[in-house]
Ligand binder design. Structure first.
Ligand SMILES: [Fe+2]
Length: 140
């Protein structure tokens, strides 16, 4: 079951970031499948571990890019990474405690990831590529 499909909207053009984003979506989809099909706890445990490993690796990559280039919104962006990791840990806790809300949480996490890429990663990549930020004009 696919809960979050990769689409070109998420493409940043930075190869390593795109590859890692794809891996995160794939890990989330695999995890949802493990929950849905009621396969053994071992599958879910392995899926959660993979997701957390990919996430940690990916966030380190992005934060290293931002630090290296003196990105002014590094602190805000890194705080969002912490929030995403906390949500993934919530998921792990709920699973360990045997609560039945796990699948909804993976969907929530996939939405959060999509939103993070749209909002935070797009701005970061524009900066890394020396492109001007997209200014959104709020209409009254
Ligand atoms: Fe990010």
């Amino acid at each position: 079951m696919t809960i979050a499909s990769w689409n070109s909207r998420f493409e940043t053009g930075v190869e390593i970031i795109d590859a890692q984003h794809r891996a995160l979506f794939a890990a989330l989809n695999q995890l949802t499948e493990a929950f849905r099909s009621g396969t053994s706890g071992e599958h879910v445990k392995a899926g959660l571990a993979a997701l957390l490993t990919y996430a940690a690796e990916h966030f380190q990559t992005e934060e290293a890019f931002m630090r290296e280039r003196g990105y002014p919104d590094l602190a805000v962006h890194a705080a969002e990474h912490v929030r995403l990791v906390e949500r993934a840990h919530d998921l792990e806790t709920q699973f360990r405690e045997g609560r039945p809300v796990a699948m909804e949480l993976t969907i929530f996490l996939a939405d959060l990831l999509a939103q993070h890429i749209d909002e935070f990663d797009t701005a970061m990549v524009r900066f890394l590529k020396n492109e001007p930020p997209i200014v959104t004009v709020k209409r009254l």
